[in-house]
Design a binder for this molecule. Structure first.
Ligand SMILES: NC(=O)c1ccc[n+]([C@@H]2O[C@H](COP(=O)([O-])OP(=O)(O)OC[C@H]3O[C@@H](n4cnc5c(N)ncnc54)[C@H](O)[C@@H]3O)[C@@H](O)[C@H]2O)c1
Length: 415
């Protein structure tokens, strides 16, 4: 077994930086390459890799050049959703032309914008014979992993399986214009953030060690709404911050979504997963939460109940920042701080897991198949929201389905 995995990052934005922080806690990997269309940003990311001592990263001129370098064993796909297919196409084209010795590809959530794109991405990596990993950090978050392990080992083994899981991811809105544009991102907050919660509830309800198929989604019911950002004053403000191409008066995307999934467990019982996501949550910053409930036990997790709080009086008029918590909304008063966010949100354990799987050749805990299943559930949720009814899973006609939000034709529901 090789001792170290050489990693190349595709994309050098917000998420790539979180992975660099995650790699600080991974001993058998080196970040050796970065490619991003913006060379200056790629250089900054490579410099950060060096400063964090996670690898002597070079900036490459193309994905093809990264694939061709035998020093790189795996690529982490951290580009925008709209570039997923073209990024994977370039990787497999380079491999087909006999370049490099790439072993694996790990891809950020969501696997793609819709099911046909997700299928294309999954088929391409399979045909190229690449190991593949689906990067869903929240299932690796130490609190989620430990809570699930203990709940199942103590509570479920003595008193019966859990029957209800809840998860939520909420903040005040994404940092870059493309997230807000349905066509580029694939939808609104449902696509962007429900991908986490859908997998988290399923993961919590699945017995550790049991296959994904031991819990079968049978019905999906969802709703979407634009609660804040299509209000005229906020739509105007959004355009001012994000640019004229983000116009929620004409092309809104949902900033709130809720969903409920009925699962059939392998013992024939009905268990429920509930999820809520929001870009219209104003609190100290990003709030990730989850619950798992069973007949004689429960677990709960909330990242804003962090154990560390700082207080700043009104005399402390510092500059705006995200130094206390991701998507921070305030700098004054009593504020929670999430120490080592990359570890708390699961990036560190996630990166460690996929590095090990790629080095040993073992199948990772999450593959592109899991990412594909998440996209199927999200597209079913959009169908349910558009039709205003519960939908049996999997519905027919999911392949060619593009949510109205992504087509730019969605009209928020009026009272
Ligand atoms: N796991 C999480 O919680 C989490 C958090 C944030 C983002 N993400 C995911 O990570 C991905 C990147 O999001 P982000 O927040 O870093 O976005 P971002 O806009 O901050 O960064 C995107 C990066 O991709 C680069 N890029 C632009 N065009 C590209 C192309 N054609 N091919 C490859 N790269 C290109 C940009 O230059 C930039 O460096 C998205 O898929 C997003 O959904 C996941």
């Amino acid at each position: 077994m090789a001792k170290h995995l050489g990693i190349g990052l595709i994309g050098s934005g917000f998420n790539a930086k979180f992975h660099l922080l995650g790699f600080v806690g991974v001993r058998n990997a080196d970040v050796l390459g970065v490619w991003s269309p913006n060379r200056k940003h790629a250089e900054e990311t490579a410099a950060l890799a060096l400063a964090l001592e996670v690898g002597e990263a070079k900036v490459y001129r193309s994905i093809t050049e990264m694939v061709a370098d035998p020093a790189l064993d795996a690529l982490w796909l951290c580009g925008p959703n709209y570039a997923r297919v073209e990024n994977v196409e370039e990787i497999v084209d380079a491999i087909a032309r006999g370049r490099g010795t790439l072993k694996g590809v790990a891809c950020e959530k969501p696997l793609a914008r819709n099911l046909s794109e997700a299928k294309r991405v999954a088929e391409l990596v399979q045909r190229a014979g690449l190991q593949n990993g689906y990067l869903e950090n929240q299932v690796f978050a130490p609190a989620v992993a430990t809570g699930r392990e203990i709940i199942w080992a103590r509570g479920a083994s003595l008193t019966g399986r859990p029957y209800l899981a809840r998860a939520a991811e909420e903040h005040s809105g994404p940092h870059k214009p493309w997230f807000w544009q349905g066509a580029l991102q694939g939808g609104g907050v449902l696509n962007d953030m429900m991908c986490h919660s859908v997998l988290v509830v399923r993961h919590l309800l699945t017995k550790p060690g049991a296959p994904r198929s031991s819990l079968r989604p049978v019905r999906v019911s969802a709703r979407i709404a634009s609660l804040k950002w299509s209000r005229p004053e906020y739509a105007k403000r959004l355009s001012k911050i994000m640019g004229r191409e983000v116009d929620y008066r004409k092309h809104p995307a949902e900033d709130f979504a809720s969903l409920s999934i009925d699962f059939e467990a392998d013992d024939g019982t009905l268990v429920l997963g509930e999820a809520t996501t929001s870009w219209s949550f104003v609190g100290p910053g990003l709030r990730l939460s989850a619950e798992l409930l069973g007949p004689e036990y429960s677990m709960s997790w909330n990242t804003l109940e962090s154990g560390l709080k700082l207080f700043f009086s009104r005399e402390v008029k510092g500059k705006l920042g995200e130094d206390l918590v991701e998507k921070q909304n305030a700098e004054m008063g009593q504020m929670p701080v999430v120490a080592n966010e990359a570890a708390a949100y699961g990036y560190e354990a996630e990166d460690r897991h996929f590095v090990r799987a790629f080095l040993t050749g073992e199948k990772p805990a999450l593959t592109f198949d899991d990412g594909l299943e998440v996209v199927k559930l999200l597209m079913t949720a959009y169908q349910s929201a558009e039709q205003g009814r519960t939908i049996d899973f999997p519905p027919k006609g999911l392949d060619g389905f593009i949510p109205a939000v992504a087509r730019g034709t969605w009209k928020p529901q009026r009272p």
